[in-house]
Design a protein around this ligand. Structure first.
Ligand code: ATP
Length: 463
């Protein structure tokens, strides 16, 4: 039988008052998988540029990739996804029309390069609606889309998700467990001790479970969204095992395993010139420290970097804790690789890079000038005045030709990578512990095992 690939992307199916795009997509996915939809990948959770100012939380977009036997079946699925958006937003997010511009898009066939390009741009840049319109014009016929609200903004994320196929390069997984509607808004009932125990067992292969410095679990969000918890890590099996170790005292109607670009640093656009550090872009650049870092009111640490022709501010903010102590050890002249989102200039500061991680490439040797030692008795000599030579205070020896001696002082800052504590991590930031563990690719057609768990931990659905 001839199959057709479909890639169904969603974004902005939420509002500040409730709902979550991943929750909407997971409910839809559960229905589809139950009816036997043949997935060709895990559902993808793509985090897009964290610098986008109008994101609700983590700028996430979800894509379900599957194969179907006919274009008619594809169209039916698209219609179903659309009508479910109205149903979902009606139930979870009454005021969505005021705040959100939800979107569903379905690409039929193998994802084309234009869409891939659009997707990779949305990882680090601000994509204007005009570029979206240009793209829509070019892919007419192969892309179905609908925007139930007042604008097309959500379509940027929905299509960018489709374009980030994640077939080449690195990726991770996240198991997200959702709450029963009656529990949304109440305190999450997951035992802290069981999270610590899970972290002790599976911490090597999972990411950001617990912040031991502040004694706080990191797997649970705060606030009234439908997500109970998310466990992130290297392989789906580990996540399922880690999940089964948790003591949860509330119903878990649904959990889904996503394949995702979280913790891969994929959002960092390498640039060579600070002129390309546009506001709201996510970048990384090699540069030289040009001012001594200083701690300002509020506890933020600021310094400047230069590429020789331009200069911008770099900030390590108060929540990054001990990371700021490392940053404070920098000296002008040090060579660093810095990365993060560019904040636009304001009346109080210039363009500022919000520092996510730092690579100290070279800590410039610190040279101090010292008075020479007495050649007769070895005591440290004293200057007799500018250009007048030195005198030994111990034996009285004088020398007009003696000069100050240069001494290289060992810097306490070693070259290497430094990162903030786990609690200050954002979705895309790659922890240093993942260095060297990056994955190299994913099969084009892959039939995942368990992707959806219904009713607590019982695995009832397979593709
Ligand atoms: P949730 O996690 O609940 O889905 P969110 O933090 O992902 O919330 P959204 O409500 O999805 O935030 O809002 C992000 C909006 O920004 C979407 O409309 C999305 O299409 C749009 N967007 C995403 N990436 C870009 C980009 N690079 N340029 C311009 N717009 C973008």
């Amino acid at each position: 039988m001839r199959y057709i690939e479909i890639h169904v992307g969603f974004d902005d199916v939420d509002s500040p008052s409730g709902g979550c795009t991943t929750h909407y997509a997971s409910l839809l996915l559960a229905k589809w998988v139950k009816r036997g939809l043949e997935l060709i990948d895990y559902p993808n959770l793509t985090r897009l540029n964290p610098g986008v100012p109008w994101k609700t939380r983590g700028n996430g977009s979800v894509v379900i990739r599957a194969r179907v036997e006919s274009e008619d079946r594809a169209k039916d699925l698209f219609e179903e996804a659309l009508s479910f958006i109205y149903e979902y937003l009606g139930a979870y997010s009454e005021d969505w029309k005021k705040y959100s511009q939800p979107a569903v898009a379905m690409y039929v066939g193998e994802v084309e390069d234009r869409i891939k390009w659009f997707g990779s741009k949305a990882l680090y840049d601000i994509v204007p609606i005009s570029l979206l319109e240009l793209l829509l014009d070019k892919v007419r016929g192969r892309l179905y889309y609908s925007v139930p609200g007042s604008g097309k903004r959500g379509l940027i994320g929905a299509i960018a998700g489709i374009g980030n196929r994640m077939l080449r390069g690195d990726y991770t997984y996240e198991l997200v467990a959702y709450r029963s509607p009656d529990y949304i808004g109440s305190e999450r009932k997951v035992s802290k001790e069981s999270i610590i125990a899970m972290d002790k067992l599976y911490g090597r292969d999972t990411i950001l479970n617990y912040d031991y410095e502040t004694d706080r679990p990191l797997i649970m969000p705060h606030g009234p969204d439908p997500v109970l918890l998310g466990i992130r890590g290297e392989e789906p099996d580990i996540l399922l095992k880690a999940f089964s170790k948790l003591d949860i005292y509330e119903p878990v109607p649904l959990a889904v395993v996503y394949r995702t670009n979280q913790h891969t640093d994929q959002h960092l656009k390498p640039i060579n010139n600070l002129k390309e550090a546009y506001p709201y872009r996510s970048i990384k650049i090699y540069a030289q420290v040009s001012t001594k870092p200083r701690r300002i009111l509020g506890g933020h640490v600021l310094f400047k970097i230069t590429d020789g022709s331009d200069e911008i501010d770099v900030a390590a903010y108060q929540p990054t804790g001990g990371f700021r102590d490392i940053v404070e050890m920098l000296e002008p002249g040090d060579l660093v690789e810095v990365m993060g989102v560019i904040r636009p200039p304001s009346s109080r500061h210039g363009r500022t890079l919000n520092l996510e991680k730092i690579h100290v490439v070279m800590a410039k040797p610190k040279i101090v000038l010292e008075n020479p030692k007495c050649p007769k008795c070895g005591a440290r000599m004293k200057s007799m005045g500018r250009n007048k030579g030195f005198k030994c205070p111990k034996c009285g020896f004088k020398s007009k030709s003696a000069t100050k001696i240069k001494r290289v002082v060992k810097r306490s800052l070693e070259p290497g990578w430094y990162e903030p504590p786990p609690r200050a991590f954002k979705h895309l930031m790659k922890p240093i512990k993942r260095f060297g563990r990056e994955k190299e690719g994913f099969p084009k057609i892959y039939r995942p095992g368990t992707v959806v768990l219904v009713e607590g931990r019982s695995l009832s659905i397979r593709s």
